[in-house]
Design a protein around this ligand. Structure first.
Ligand code: HEC
Ligand code: HEC
Length: 505
């Protein structure tokens, strides 16, 4: 694959841009916009991953693959225009669905006007970033310009052009599919493979600090939707943010190609990975199921939640099954997920075991998903690990070459599973997370490549560090699953977005 030739024109301008943004931009105060609704929402929900200035240079971003988009580069994946710039509708559609197969969740629970305001803010950050590089280039080359003029120029560049043409869905016939398949082999299979499952050699393609490769779109790992219109846009406008070039074909050819691509993607495949916010209704029962495999569990509502691995890999767990019940005094949540290997043994080479955590917060606080709350938005986390890393630290210490206490036999350190209720007030508090002292009963079992775990505690909180489940205010909850086999801190973890826990009275 001769990569540079495959890049579209938009990308060519970016190379200069990346270099240029390294130059110091003008001070932010020069153009500081009054805090708008969009800016406020952005700071609250998005900055943790995309960065305050939209340059995605956050600590969080380093833990994520795909990496959060740096808006300042002005390159987006999901566009419907001839010049590859997203319209507000494109951005709003992305926010509504999220980007399946990444940690970009669906924000569809926000009102439409908030999504519009966020789209504006993304656009503002993109224009500002671009303006800074235009300004820096002008200064470096001795061209006289003002920053306001650079902003105007950036805004012109980023303005969406005319929409790409989208025809009506055509009838699926053998003839159309065969024509589409031929075009696909010619224009697409070089990157996507003849079956759409992606070619591994596409993996060594760096962009803005990210590694990108065409993944298996037949398994639903599409950033965008699979409607006729969406797929036509991907073909005609390309995906500038993924360096996928647009293809110029006649209307009839485009239709056959889209028809063929659509035939490769099963219905509902992307819906499977979309992180919509769901509500779990927790039934009140006379007695709580006593065992992990109690038949009573099968009579309760079972919710499927898609998981997004922080560091994407094809074999990461894709889903979590959830059931819950309460008896007016206690609540039990039952989690089930696939994990091919049972990693509950301490290994000196790994710092993590299999594990699961549930994060809770009062819905009224509307806390950020990723930052583990904030001082104003505390979260309560129930966490279980198949062995406690603190015990493991003891083992590592024993094995270290500087350790002299050879009189302590290795077997004396027995890593034990640990379940604890923790209070967090933001990422900075992670280290000093305090146990809330709440008694939490956790039972787990691994069998035939599957973990089952139940978490049980009283509905009533014992301190304000704990989530109280006796009230009528809805509670948000989100999940994290660790796979101890993956010896990469971020790679071992997969998460869900915030969901709603609604207890039947
Ligand atoms: C947990 C981290 C995280 C948070 C929080 C987050 N994003 Fe993202 N976002 C991502 C990742 C990762 C991608 C890249 C996904 C990909 O390319 O597959 C992304 C991509 C995007 C894109 C690029 C769309 C395109 O067409 O290329 C936009 C726009 C965006 N996010 C907006 C937002 C906004 C607005 C918010 C806040 C409401 C937000 N994001 C919150 C992780 C996050
Ligand atoms: C130069 C390599 C390259 C070529 C050629 C290419 N693609 Fe892609 N394509 C990509 C990459 C990379 C992605 C992955 C984007 C991502 O996951 O972030 C992608 C993603 C896709 C997706 C998923 C869209 C989504 O919403 O995530 C579809 C569908 C697709 N390509 C179709 C096509 C078709 C049809 C053609 C031929 C007309 C084609 N591609 C040609 C590189 C290419």
């Amino acid at each position: 694959m001769t990569r540079p030739n495959l890049r579209c024109a938009v990308v060519a301008t970016t190379i200069a841009l990346v270099v240029a943004t390294c130059a110091t931009g003008p001070s932010t105060t020069a153009t500081a916009a009054p805090a708008s609704r969009g800016a406020e929402l952005y700071t609250r929900h998005c900055a943790v991953c995309h960065g305050d200035a939209g340059d995605a240079d956050t600590i969080t971003a380093q833990l994520l693959l795909p990496r959060p988009t740096a808006f300042r580069l002005g390159l987006f994946k999901l566009v419907s225009t001839q010049n590859g710039m997203p319209t507000d509708d494109d951005l709003v559609a992305t926010l509504r669905r999220g980007m399946p197969g990444s940690t970009m969740m669906s924000w569809s629970w926000l009102p439409e006007e908030d999504l519009r305001a966020l789209a504006q803010e993304v656009r503002r950050l993109a224009a500002r970033g671009r303006a800074e590089s235009i300004f820096a280039t002008a200064q470096a080359t001795g061209r006289t310009t003002t920053f306001a003029a650079a902003v105007a120029e950036a805004e012109r560049e980023l303005a969406p052009g005319p929409a790409v043409e989208v025809g009506q869905p055509i009838e699926v016939t053998d003839q159309n599919l065969a024509a589409g398949e031929r075009l696909y082999a010619q224009h697409c299979a070089g990157c996507h493979g003849s079956d759409g499952r992606g070619l591994p050699q596409g993996a060594d393609w760096p962009t803005d600090g990210t590694w990108l490769w065409p993944r298996d779109f037949t398994a639903g790992y599409l950033r965008g939707d699979t409607t006729w219109r969406d797929l036509t846009c991907r073909v005609r406008a390309g995906m500038p943010g993924a360096h996928m070039p647009p293809v110029r074909l006649s209307a009839a050819e485009t239709d056959s190609l889209v028809s063929f691509v659509k035939s490769l993607i099963p219905e509902e495949a992307t819906a499977h990975h979309t992180q919509w916010r769901r509500t779990l209704r927790v039934q009140r029962t006379q007695t709580l199921p006593a065992r992990l495999d109690d038949a009573a569990w099968t009579r309760l509502e079972r919710l499927r939640l898609p998981l997004a691995p922080l560091w994407w890999r094809p074999e990461a767990p894709a889903e979590l099954w959830l059931t819950a019940a309460h008896d007016g005094t206690d609540v039990v949540l039952r989690l089930e997920w696939a994990d091919a290997t049972h990693d509950a043994e301490a290994q000196p080479t790994s710092t993590i075991s299999d594990g699961a955590a549930i994060q809770f917060a009062a819905a009224t606080l509307d806390p950020p998903l990723f930052a583990m709350g904030s001082p104003q938005q505390p979260v309560n986390v129930w966490r279980w690990h198949a062995f406690d890393p603190k015990d493991l630290a003891g083992i590592a210490d024993l094995l270290s070459p500087t350790h002299t206490g050879l009189d302590v036999p290795l077997g004396a350190v027995q890593p034990r599973p640990r379940a604890e209720s923790l209070a967090f007030e933001g990422p900075a508090s992670a280290r000093a997370a305090t146990g809330t002292g709440l008694p939490l009963q956790v039972a787990t079992e691994w069998a035939a490549g599957r973990w089952t775990a139940t978490f049980r505690r009283s509905l009533r909180a014992r301190s304000d560090q704990e989530v109280d489940l006796t009230g009528t205010t809805p509670v948000l909850f989100a999940f994290a699953i660790w796979d101890g086999r993956i010896d990469h801190h971020a790679g071992s973890k997969a998460i869900t977005t915030w969901h709603v826990l609604a207890l039947e009275r």
